[in-house]
Design a protein around this ligand. Sequence first.
Ligand SMILES: Cc1ncc(COP(=O)(O)O)c(C=O)c1O
Length: 373
Amino acid sequence: MFRQGIRQFGTTALRAAAAEGATSYGVRVSQAQGVVNGLTEAIGNTPLIRLKKLSEQTGCNVLGKAEFQNPGGSVKDRAALFVVKDAEEKGLIRPGGTVVEGTAGNTGIGLAHVCRSKGYKLVIYMPNTQSQGKIDLLRLLGAEVYPVPAVPFDNPQNYNHQARRHAEALENAVWTNQFDNVANRQAHVETTGPEIWAQTAGKIDAFTCATGTGGTLAGTTRYLKTVSDGRVKSILADPPGSVLHSYIETCGKLMERSGGSITEGIGQGRVTDNLRPDIDLVDWSLSVSDEKTIEMVYRCLDEEGLYLGASSALNVVAAKEVAEKMGKGHTVVTMLCDGAYRYADRLFSNSWLQSKNLRSSIPKHLEKYVVLP
Ligand SMILES: Cc1ncc(COP(=O)(O)O)c(C=O)c1O
């Protein structure tokens, strides 16, 4: 479905570009990209970046999928597009309708862009513990936002249930239900997985990432396992406070949630419907501490010039550890889910790092990046 509007440029364009000094590689990329029809066709097809220092250090190809280049700034644009498309295809929403979702983060931003582009209204429910900045951003992207008391999932007042009821009470409205709507996972079966396979020309040995809804890990794993006849390894990366690492380690016995993490958008207390069909395909899992994650936020900035959010940094830690475990010569791919822009006031703040006991995790030579008080 992506890039349906690609225009083929002729040799005249090639000659003109060559005359202006463009590299033939650059021209080929531009040709392949062509023109896309509106924002929704600009979602996906992100670059796969070789992380040079980590590749050198491990003797592997450590590759990160630049999801921060999506129009809404994160990997969740893919899921947002697919859940809306799915509702359209099932006749659950018609022109002028309303999309309702419970989300505190990137899915809301992705949905806001997709809904504006397609002419739908968007209603977002979120826990009232979220920052005013997030609420303001969603509102300025055109969403109607309801911050509601932060209560557990089994409480009917939980923000997800309120979102569902809101949609049920409206005509021509749909609750997109990102956690258990498998159209989310399908986005990665149809786009992320095939893109990674094509970009590496099938030379990929392992894929690793953390999970929020589980859509990215599940869908990408499903595609890569299928296309490689099971050869590509899949590794779950888990932050503290999530139960999935222990679920996989104990072969399906869910453990109590303990502790918490500075990462946002990832960590899970249950096996969602998006993850369930594919969790048995996961080969092993890693738990990544906040200390390692925050150090990698700074390392990626210093060594690679990549300004990444904490979930991406956690993924890069996991990719490095997978590369070390597999040994030299392997190719390991992970997701660079979003940039640090929305988190800068915390990740680069001296007092915030101290409040999380993470200040000492920043190596001496990287302290210059702690620029906020
Ligand atoms: C920053 C960030 N990273 C990772 C994820 C996890 O992606 P998924 O929901 O596909 O598991 C999310 C999900 O919201 C996110 O916002």
